[in-house]
Unconditional design. Structure first.
Lengths: 151, 428
């Protein structure tokens, strides 16, 4: 089995000049975790995930203090939001490099890649590099576990 | 011989310029410079490998290594977080009070521990506290670096130049408490008042969420109270021995290394973890600089400098000392103060051989090297650390800000130190 058998073919993608605000609105509306950023040929050039957007909300200290368990109340941080100017920036200033797999990639290879890259969703591309789908840990995990019935 | 002097000067000053340019890590420059100096010395027969090894002051390295090991064991216990959180609660969320308390804690820690370590460990919690309080972290971070630079000058172990000077001049821990600490305390208070004034606007802003800070529980920040207690007991013992090391005829490095040994036996930590936290690059930087300056001395460069300085020594020794404070301060602001100190130590020794009373000069060197570091971002490692950390936040510290905050602190502390130096000069 390969990822093309368990990916979602209906992918929501955005263009690099989409604003951060618009990307956030799409994620909210579609209730999804990752937006591939594609060029005009529908080839992924990056991706914007929930994590990238939430980084704008997270306080700086989270990067410096190893264990935040003793901070029971994030106080002022909980009610502070990114500046409007930040939200109006284009996603290309914030997107992370695209990590993707070919549609004929094996399930375990795809899963291992997601584990190591700390991804929950991953774009799938065709041989000529065009975006054809998106898969998630759940999609792959379910596909793998479904084979157990035949053992 | 003149050629040797010229070439060795080129190696040394070339290294200083490279360190200043920040193109390469300073330790890489120092290792390359040290090796080049020894090779040149071998070719031109003015410096040998044995002489290079002899030039290294192992008393300095031992003291630094011992203290680094103690801190490396104390670091993972969360003790530094504990102190910062304690300060935050004691401040009741009032920015001015938090500013003073964090300043005092950083200063006291940096009197006994390495400034760099102190700032590395206090700064992240400072960002945490200011973020949940809803105020800018900048005033606190800048003050922590500047006050630890200033306060560290008070003790033998507080600042690397002091370790160097103490070792070279034979000053004891108590000598620093008697001759340096009073002057440093007044200068420190001056720095604190100045900083409070300069940050008046930021500190008068009302914090948005005091409640969150009051909900921080210091006890929860300690990951390992038992180990923390043991290391602090050992550290306390070491400090007691520092008070009497001179009377007992033991070197500060033996005190520090023995304390580290006791702590290692008592705590039995994962040694790999401890060694990972030791700043080997700093120790190598020191050793390489000693080798380089040893070559400079062997080539006769320092004698030439001493000769030059002797000419105007008909000017009063007091003026000479005050002048030294300012010259060393300016040099320490633009280059690292460690190479400056290592290079000037043989010069001061030489002036002593020429008949000058050099005890006051050692103190001038300590004040200049210590206070000068506040002037620029690259003046001290503590400054660099705070700035690098702030660059990873939403509000980075710029060199423009540093010129408005750090430079005045350098000028005021040097001025206070100069006045007090002149007043107590007969007592040195």
């Amino acid at each position: 089995m390969n990822v093309s058998s368990c990916m979602k073919q209906n992918v929501v993608s955005i263009k690099p000049d989409t604003t951060i605000r618009e990307a956030g609105a799409i994620i909210v509306k579609k209730h999804i975790g990752l937006l591939p950023v594609v060029d005009k040929d529908n080839k992924p050039i990056g991706m914007v995930g929930l994590r990238d957007l939430l980084k704008l909300e997270l306080p700086d200290f989270v990067n410096f203090v190893e264990d935040v368990d003793f901070v029971h109340d994030f106080g002022a941080v909980e009610v502070s939001h990114p500046l409007a100017t930040t939200l109006n920036r284009k996603v290309k200033s914030l997107m992370s490099p695209a990590i993707m797999v070919d549609e004929d990639c094996g399930l375990l290879r795809a899963y291992a890649l997601m584990l190591q890259q700390n991804l929950h969703d991953m774009p799938v591309v065709s041989k000529d590099g065009k975006l054809v789908g998106i898969t998630s840990r759940v999609d792959i995990g379910v596909a793998v576990l479904s084979t157990w019935g035949k053992i | 011989m003149i050629l040797a002097a010229v070439l060795s000067s080129i190696i040394f000053f070339g290294s200083l310029i490279l360190i200043f340019s920040e193109k390469l890590h300073r330790s890489i420059i120092a290792i390359a410079g040290g090796a080049t100096m020894v090779i040149l010395g071998r070719i031109m027969h003015f410096y040998s490998e044995e002489a290079a090894l002899e030039a290294i002051d192992f008393n300095t390295l031992g003291l630094l290594l011992g203290m680094m090991m103690l801190v490396a064991m104390l670091e993972p216990t969360g003790f530094f977080q504990y102190l910062a959180v304690l300060a935050a609660r004691a401040s009741k969320g009032k920015p001015e009070r938090l500013f003073v308390l964090l300043g005092i804690i950083t200063t006291i820690l940096s009197m006994f521990l390495d400034n760099v370590t102190t700032v590395v460990l206090i700064a992240p919690v400072t960002i945490l506290i200011s973020e949940i309080l809803g105020v800018s972290a900048l005033p606190y971070l800048v003050a922590e670096a500047l006050l630890s630079n200033t306060g560290g000058v008070a003790t033998l172990v507080g600042d690397p130049p002091n370790v160097l000077i103490g070792s070279a001049a034979g000053f004891s821990f108590n000598d620093f408490l008697i001759y340096s600490m009073p002057i440093v305390l007044v200068s420190w208070a001056g720095a604190l008042f100045l900083l409070r004034y300069l940050f008046k606007k930021e500190l008068s802003k009302r914090p948005r969420n005091v409640k969150a800070v009051m909900r921080l529980n210091p006890a929860e920040t300690l990951n390992d109270p038992l180990v923390a207690r043991r290391i602090l007991i050992v550290l306390g013992g070491a400090i007691l021995f520092f008070f009497v090391h001179h009377a007992l005829h033991i070197s500060p490095s033996l005190v520090a290394l023995s304390a580290a040994a006791v702590a290692l036996v008592w705590v039995r930590p994962n040694l790999d973890e401890v060694f990972k936290h030791i700043e080997w690059s700093v120790l190598i930087f020191f050793a390489s600089l000693f080798v380089m300056v040893g070559g400079l001395e062997a080539a006769g460069v320092l004698d030439a400098v001493i000769g030059l300085l002797e000419q105007p020594s008909h000017i009063s020794p007091l003026l000479f000392g005050v002048g030294l404070i300012w010259i060393v301060a300016v040099l320490s602001a633009v280059v690292d103060n460690v190479p400056i100190t290592i290079a000037l130590i043989p010069v001061v020794h030489g002036l002593g051989d020429a008949g000058m009373d050099i005890t006051p000069l050692w103190w001038a060197l300590a004040f200049g090297a210590g206070f000068g570091g506040s002037g620029t971002i690259i003046g001290s490692t503590a400054n660099i650390i705070v700035v690098t950390l702030s660059e990873k936040t939403r509000t980075p510290i710029t060199s423009k800000l540093w010129n408005k905050r750090g430079l005045p602190v350098m000028i005021v502390t040097c001025a206070i130190a100069s006045i007090l130096y002149a007043l107590v000069y007969p007592l040195f």
